[in-house]
Ligand binder design. Structure first.
Ligand code: ADP
Ligand code: MG
Ligand code: MG
Length: 874
């Protein structure tokens, strides 16, 4: 790469985020929008330079140092100060910034340019010795931590010791002499370079390197961000929030970042710098109090937040610093927010005339909407409140108390529900967030690390529960000295209310808000894809219908065979030697199945119901051979009169053993080899149809034949369906439809031929993924998935998001072939992918008519389908 690798902020723009990173592009955009007086000047070193650095094994590409030196010279000229000048030094920050923001994952160095000489210059120029030494000790600390890799704790320990010595508790109470001593002590921990050019080179290299640091890598894996992007580095003139009580540093959202309410929110901390406001070293003040502290600054900030929101057409998340009463903006980005805030913003933005509904729809991260339907504590339930904290990330969760990420991960692997409880969280805890049902901290507010990460992941969280003392070492939580929770104890949190209790609390599904209904209404106007649900029970069907499902796209009948009485009956069917015996067992199942279908038809009155005939491999219904053998042994030893029956059972089980059941007698093959089972199911559907109709239900039955490879297989089944239906006085095309699931590669390739025989085809993308990739879903999850993601084979599970270049091409071809054979054929997708926004976009562009997904995903799919259509039109 030989293009330009360093851009002044004045040269950048928001469209350049791939090259300049999100932070760099937005700082540039803000500089244009708000003017250079509001945004400290500087320059951005591109992501391409970072990639070249990584490819070069950790060396700067040729010429980069010179480009940086030239940009620095321009910055020095503009600032009228020089880096390292002993009389009046320019100081800079060195800030990471990838294409997508990765909060707290990479490193920043502030106050670069200070050394034993320039600190004196800074002190005398500003007449503020404490400030100069505070800045210097911060720099030596950050440089040691970020660039040299010294554990943060070692600096913290020295600070604590100094505070003990002086009998003070806050950083701001350390005077210039103490800060000077600390700086000296820090410098004894490593070789500190006095030369500012060397400092800058090393800091830039450290930020490049932090892209491949463990924290950043873990975060990218969880968020599907490719390693290949690299990070940009921003070098920016420092402004100082630590110059005394007229200075401050803070974060501000243009609206409430948890609820979306139209009042700005955030925190600020007087006489502070950098991450002080989020780190919990002191308790920050709410941005609503900024006006009391400095009315002029508050007014300016509110105005800027409005300007930024209007400019970006989205809610903003900003960082600012006030230096002796002058406000500077250091960062802005579209705010990550929980679904409730996203929905509220979208609706308010339209009411306020900020956005059109179609633009507003696109500001929502559809994948998060599911959390809006997630449970909260039952408002009518009685429980004893243990403590209250900040409602930091919505949803209710309960489980055992664990105090560290590793324990959370181990417990989750065993299938236990845990709540991660900590005083505060740091980047190293992120793995534990993923494993825990919820997160509880005693410190930190809505903008704390715990809150940000939890919201990003959709994990319920309560933060800043100040009455709790979390003692991770002792494994206890105390209130006023008294132990209230220990590791393993039950705890429940409601991240929508900020409530914490040790009681078992019933949780309930929330009502859909009117704002959410409004958004869904817009989505329905726009979308082309139909949205159905996968439901096997009338409860699921009704729930999905409330969420807007337009029918059942997949009813799995096998779940209906596991209830009481039913399981024995189906085992009897499979083990029977004579047709009579088999028929007798089936007759017991028939009325039960009929009842199942009747209630589904009723729940979906007026809407299509797709019923898939029995699909799973036989062995799922049979007892394991070992177990029958053991029973036989016991019976023989006891001389039981069951011996003959068990011997018979064993011989049948043995005869039906298959080496690869998933690739053996399943789906239509089962139907062809054991016709009586499907015969019963078809009969049950026909009877249910007639009875439901007689009760006035408007039934649209669709019978779906699974696992078809050949047209002939489908034809055999169709003949059977039509015969049974005719015996019940029903006619295909009038009373019901017959179609197939396309879930084998051959069926995709021959979809024209198969389509000719079918009224509809539904792509079963779960099995199609298994059979195309030759990966079993249940076996990939453990070892293979994580290793493959680590190796960069793929960046997320192909069972979560469709493998579009592989499986997707088969879907696209299948849809095209089926449609070209029969223009009016209905094409659906059922399977997990039907509720995944990225996959939905692909289906929308592939000529699919509807997707079908689990009930809770129905609203997600409605919005994602609309967004896909809007993007397709753009
Ligand atoms: P992150 O990506 O972790 O938020 P940033 O690069 O935004 O890291 O830096 C963290 C904090 O450092 C900022 O929020 C801001 O308070 C402070 N900071 C960064 N650059 C400057 C600067 N030029 N002047 C003053 N403070 C700065
Ligand atoms: Mg940071
Ligand atoms: Mg930042």
């Amino acid at each position: 790469m030989s293009g330009q690798r360093v851009y002044d902020f004045a040269e950048g723009a928001r469209e350049m985020r791939e090259l300049l990173g999100g932070k760099g592009a937005n700082i540039a955009e803000m500089t244009r929008l708000l003017g250079p007086d509001r945004v400290p000047a500087g320059f951005t070193i591109t992501t391409e330079a970072c990639v070249a650095y990584m490819e070069g094994g950790g060396t700067f590409p040729a010429g980069l140092d010179e480009e940086i030196a030239a940009a620095l010279a321009r910055l020095e000229a503009q600032a009228g100060k020089r880096l390292g000048d002993p009389d009046d030094p320019l100081l800079v920050s060195v800030r990471s910034g990838a294409r997508e923001s990765m909060p707290g994952m990479m490193d920043t160095v502030l106050n670069l340019g200070l050394n034993d000489d320039s600190v004196e210059g800074l002190a005398s120029r500003t007449g503020n010795e404490r400030f100069a030494w505070d800045s210097y000790r911060r720099f030596v600390q950050m440089y040691g931590n970020v660039v040299v890799g010294i554990e943060g704790r070692r600096f913290e320990d020295l600070i604590q010791a100094e505070k003990r010595e002086l009998e003070v508790s806050l950083d701001v109470e350390l005077d210039a002499a103490a800060l000077r001593r600390l700086t000296e002590a820090f410098k004894s921990l490593y070789e500190f370079p006095a030369d500012p050019t060397a400092q800058l080179h090393a800091a830039v290299a450290a930020v490049f390197g932090s892209w491949m640091g463990d924290r950043a890598v873990t975060y990218r894996r969880l968020n599907h961000i490719p390693d290949s992007w690299g990070t940009a580095v921003n070098v920016q003139q420092m402004v100082f929030g630590n110059k005394g009580e007229t200075s401050s540093s803070g974060v501000a959202f243009s609206r409430d970042e948890v609820t979306g309410a139209p009042q700005p929110s955030g925190d600020f901390l007087p006489n502070a710098q950098g991450e002080d406001v989020v780190s919990g070293v002191r308790t920050p003040r709410d941005v609503s109090e900024l006006g009391e502290w400095n009315p002029e600054v508050s007014e300016q900030l509110m105005g800027i937040l409005r300007t930024l929101e209007r400019h970006y057409g989205d809610m903003q998340d900003t960082e600012f610093t006030v230096e002796e009463g002058r406000l500077y903006m250091l960062q802005t980005r579209n705010a990550k927010r929980p679904a409730q805030a996203a929905v509220r913003f979208a609706v308010d933005a339209v009411v306020e005339g900020l956005l059109e509904p179609e633009q507003a729809l696109l500001t929502i991260d559809a994948g998060t909407l599911e959390t809006l339907l997630h449970p909260t504590f039952d408002p009518h339930s009685q429980y004893e409140l243990l403590a209250e904290g900040v409602a930091a990330s919505p949803g209710a969760a309960q489980g055992e108390v664990v105090f560290d990420a590793a324990t959370a991960i181990a417990a989750a692997a065993e299938g236990r529900d845990v709540i991660l409880v900590r005083s505060f969280t740091e980047a190293d805890d992120v793995g534990g967030f993923h494993a825990a049902r919820g997160v509880l901290t005693s410190e930190g507010g809505k903008a704390s690390h715990a809150a940000l990460v939890a919201r990003g992941m959709g994990v319920p969280a309560v933060t800043g529960a100040g009455t709790l003392t979390v003692d991770e070492e002792a494994g206890e939580v105390r209130i006023a000295g008294e132990v209230v929770l220990r590791a393993g104890d039950h705890v429940a949190i409601d991240g929508s209310a900020g409530a914490i209790t040790a009681d078992e609390v019933p949780v309930v599904a929330p009502e859909m808000s009117t704002a959410f209904e409004t958004v869904l209404g817009w989505a329905d106007e726009v979308r082309r894809l139909g949205v159905r649900t996968n439901a096997d029970t009338p409860e699921d069907a009704r729930r999905a219908r409330r969420f807007g499902a337009e029918g059942i796209g997949l009813c799995r009948t096998e779940h209906m065979f596991f209830g009481e009485n039913r399981h024995e009956a189906i085992v009897a069917v499979i083990l029977a030697d004579s047709d009579d015996e088999r028929r007798e067992a089936l007759l017991r199942l028939l009325p039960l199945q009929q009842g199942d279908f009747e209630s589904l038809f009723e729940a979906m009155d007026g809407l299509p119901v797709t019923i898939r005939l029995l699909d799973p491999p036989l062995h799922e219904f049979l007892p394991p051979m070992r177990e029958v053998e053991d029973r036989l042994e016991v019976a023989r030893r006891d001389g039981s009169d069951e011996v003959a029956a068990i011997e018979h059972e064993l011989s049948r089980v043995r005869a039906l053993q298959e080496v690869n059941p998933m690739l053996a007698t399943r789906g239509v093959r089962l139907g062809i080899l054991f016709p009586a089972i499907y015969e019963m199911q078809i009969e049950a559907i026909c009877r249910a149809l007639a009875t439901a109709r007689a009760r006035g239900v408007d039934v649209h039955a669709e019978i779906m034949v699974p696992l078809v490879d050949y047209r002939r297989e489908l034809e055999v089944l169709e003949e059977q369906v039509e015969r049974v239906a005719a015996d019940n006085g029903l006619t295909r095309g009038v009373d019901y439809a017959v179609g197939t699931m396309i879930e084998l590669p051959r069926a995709c390739v021959r979809a024209d031929e198969i389509g000719l025989a079918a009224d509809f085809c539904s792509f079963g993308t779960n099995d199609l993924t298994q059979t195309t990739l030759g990966f079993s879903r249940d076996d990939i999850e453990g070892r293979i998935l994580s290793r493959y993601i680590e190796m960069g084979v793929f960046d997320r599970s192909p069972f979560e998001t469709l493998d579009t270049p592989g499986v997707g091409q088969l879907v696209r071809m299948g849809a095209w072939l089926a449609r070209s054979a029969k223009a009016e054929i209905k094409l659906g997708v059922c399977g997990e992918h039907g509720g995944d926004p990225d996959s939905i976009e692909f289906f929308n562009d592939s000529g699919i008519d509807y997707v079908s997904c689990s009930p809770y995903r129905v609203p997600v799919a409605r919005v994602a389908a609309a967004q896909a259509e809007l993007r397709a039109r753009a």
